[in-house]
Design a binder for this molecule. Structure first.
Ligand code: NAD
Length: 248
């Protein structure tokens, strides 16, 4: 029996990286998948096709998660097309790093809007449907940096820590409606982005991780499958650290 049969999931920022793998794992577990990214480009189209080939209903939407109006519009299109939504993964995120002394207002505002406000936007957009269904699992992508802080990432750390407060509050407000809300805090996940880094630097990082390796997008996606499924039906308001023991 597949873990997500009969469920519809929305995954934001899924054309690439971790979001893409989450969408694929969800489909593997039988979920229909609506996903978003900034542009309706070849990445979006190729994921949409790959998902359809797996035998589930799937559609990609060009939608800026930092826009309240666009998020409302997109979710209502998704509901028209898919009928229901049981799972929301707020995955879209960016970095605009810099030491505070040099960080400008634009770097701050962009990161807060795309990483934090987007979580509010999408959660608001799915809320009434999930309340009607009395069933929902919302998964917010935080980061080890949101728990620990990081020099050169004050904006990113603030956005990811903000997500943790939001997650716990939503869990408290909506538990009585059977809507669960949890966060995932990935550590160092090896993606296309980190593949560009100097190998010696990456080796140094790996050595500091108790499990002695960087995480994979699959590691994060597996945690999402668990939190999206009924296997976690008594878990809400939590932060699941997917970091090889980094914070231990
Ligand atoms: P990525 O850059 O590979 O993918 C992010 C996706 O989000 C991209 O496809 C991008 O186009 C999309 N996106 C950006 N702004 C958007 C917007 N306004 N609306 C909709 N989509 C938008 O990044 P990733 O490494 O896959 O990261 C995914 C999530 O995981 C992010 O929230 C990130 O902060 C978090 N995270 C990543 C790591 C890591 O090591 N890679 C660690 C901790 C947390």
């Amino acid at each position: 029996m597949k873990l997500l049969n009969g469920k519809t999931a929305i995954v934001t920022g899924a054309s690439r990286g971790i979001g893409r793998v989450i969408a694929l794992k969800f489909a593997e577990e039988g979920a229909d998948v609506a996903f978003t990214d900034l542009l309706a480009d070849e990445h979006l189209k190729s994921l949409e096709n790959e998902l359809k080939e797996m035998g589930v209903k799937a559609k990609g939407y060009a939608s800026d998660a930092s826009s309240f109006e666009k998020s409302q519009e997109t979710v209502s299109e998704i509901l028209k097309e898919f009928g229901n939504v049981e799972i929301l993964v707020n995955n879209a995120g960016i970095t605009r790093d810099g030491l505070l002394l040099r960080m400008n207002e634009k770097q701050w505002d962009m990161v807060i809007a795309i990483n934090l406000k987007s979580v509010f936007n999408l959660t608001k957009a799915v809320l009434s449907q999930m309340m009607k269904q009395r069933n929902g699992s919302i998964i917010n992508m935080s980061s080890v940096v949101g728990v620990k802080g990081n020099a050169g990432q004050a904006n990113y750390a603030a956005s990811k820590a903000g997500i943790l407060g939001f997650t716990k509050s939503v869990a408290l407000e909506l538990g009585s409606r059977n809507i669960r809300c949890n966060a995932i805090a990935p550590g160092f996940i090896e993606t296309e982005m980190t593949a560009k880094l100097d190998e010696e630097t990456v080796k140094g990082w790996r050595k500091t991780i108790p499990l002695r390796r960087g995480g994979t997008p699959e590691d994060v996606a597996n945690a999402c499958v668990f939190l999206a499924s009924e296997k976690s039906s008594y878990i809400t308001g939590q932060t699941l650290h997917v970091d090889g023991g980094m914070l231990t």
